[in-house]
Design a protein around this ligand. Structure first.
Ligand SMILES: Cc1ncc(COP(=O)(O)O)c(C=O)c1O
Ligand SMILES: [Zn+2]
Length: 378
């Protein structure tokens, strides 16, 4: 059985309670130990719901799905060496957020909730809006005014009410809070159900490696929703004895917004207070990651690291990836710039390592920003 528990005061709640944070204000997590039967998985449709038995949604009729997941794990040459990259930009809404949205909105349906609110740099908002559209649930999405136009169009066309908030991503997070007092907050960072979806990243990677873990997993960390979900997934597989080792969980941030790297460098357990600057990697422009403590812990426990990349490195990486045929958004190019840095710094070691990373978002979402980049070249 699964239950919700508070990471601050340890209070436990039933998973049938329509709450997204503890009464004390603390973050909730889900205590759950799935029973994993590999024979049972193999016969199922290739999608993330093939791990249905590890996802604590009670009734199949509540599952909201576009048959998403089981994205290709493709060998990609970075120029330093080849690594394996999950093609999570190929989801229905064009980003990996569909993993989390599918499970979270299934839970919303199971709870009988009719309306949700969410804030996002754009992709999570688009994913929540799409799954709400499918489930017939009303939704309002808050995003920074500067969000890529492709994402704004998606959110509105899926039928959500869109609120464009001036200023930083933190201003947007503050703006949604009033609405979250009165409505169910389908937040990809606060709501623990989102992570029950992103954990399928780890299940898919391990199954694609014939139930082996990679040595190193390199993922973006803004709020860390993929990073922490993947960590949960690898831990579940490791605890079940299906994989023998935990991969080194390595996170990528930008130099312009690196509250986690600052703490990693100084051996601190909580994210640091920073002055953030604008970055083309809008998906990881998170100055105050609410689950920062959990991300730093996962990095520490698995002996991973946190790497930062400059705006220039992101741009070079974006051009290289695109001219190799991978049409990804700038945030995903930031991750690949980080991968290259990892490879360069660990030349000897990284050759023998199995490194897995991800393309998190599709380039078509960021056409406006990519065109600006092209113009600045001339
Ligand atoms: C394309 C893309 N990559 C990576 C991220 C980072 O995700 P997270 O903030 O959960 O770490 C986001 C978040 O919006 C994103 O849109
Ligand atoms: Zn509490």
């Amino acid at each position: 059985m699964a239950n919700l528990f508070c990471t601050k005061c340890n209070t436990e709640y039933s998973i049938n309670e329509p709450i997204w944070k503890c009464r004390c204000g603390g973050l909730l997590n889900i205590a759950y130990t799935p029973v994993i039967d590999l024979d049972n998985i193999e016969n199922k449709t290739p999608g993330m719901w093939r791990y249905r038995d590890s996802i604590p949604i009670s009734k199949n009729k509540n599952i909201v799905s576009f048959s998403e997941g089981f994205t290709p794990l493709l060998e990609v040459e970075t120029g330093v060496g080849s690594i394996l990259v999950k093609q999570d930009h190929l989801f229905s809404t064009g980003s990996y957020k569909d993993r989390g949205a599918s499970v979270l909105i299934s839970k919303v349906k199971e709870l009988g909730i009719k309306k949700v609110v969410e804030d996002s740099s754009g992709n999570a908002g688009a994913a929540i809006a799409a799954y709400c559209a499918k489930a017939g649930i009303e939704c309002e999405i808050y995003v920074p005014e500067s969000t890529s136009k492709g994402k704004l169009a998606q959110i509105e066309l899926y039928g959500a009410k869109l609120h464009k908030i001036p200023g930083s991503r933190e201003n947007t997070a503050a703006a949604v809070m009033e609405a979250a007092d009165k409505n169910y907050y389908a937040s990809h960072s606060w709501n623990p159900w989102f992570f029950q979806g992103t954990k399928t990243f780890a299940y898919e990677v391990c199954e694609q490696l014939e139930w082996n873990a990679p040595d190193v997993v390199i993922l973006p960390a803004g709020n860390g929703t993929l990073f922490l979900g993947a960590y949960i997934g690898f831990k579940e597989l490791n605890n079940a004895g299906i994989i023998e080792n935990m991969p080194k969980m390595t996170a990528i941030q930008t130099v312009n917004c690196s509250p986690l790297h600052e703490s990693y460098k100084n051996n601190l357990k909580e994210p640091s207070k920073i002055e953030s600057l604008e970055t083309i990697a809008e998906g990881i422009a998170i100055a105050e990651p609410i689950r920062g403590h959990e991300i730093l812990e996962a990095v520490g426990v698995t002996e991973g690291e946190i790497i930062t990349v400059t705006e220039e490195e992101i741009e070079v990486s974006l051009r290289n990836m695109m001219s190799s045929g991978y049409y990804i958004e700038p945030t995903s190019a930031a991750v690949m710039a980080g991968v290259i840095k990892y490879q360069n710094r660990n030349q000897n070691r990284s050759k023998g390592e199995r490194i897995v990373s991800v393309f998190t978002g599709h380039g078509l979402k960021s056409t406006d920003k990519l065109l600006k980049l092209l113009k600045s070249e001339k």
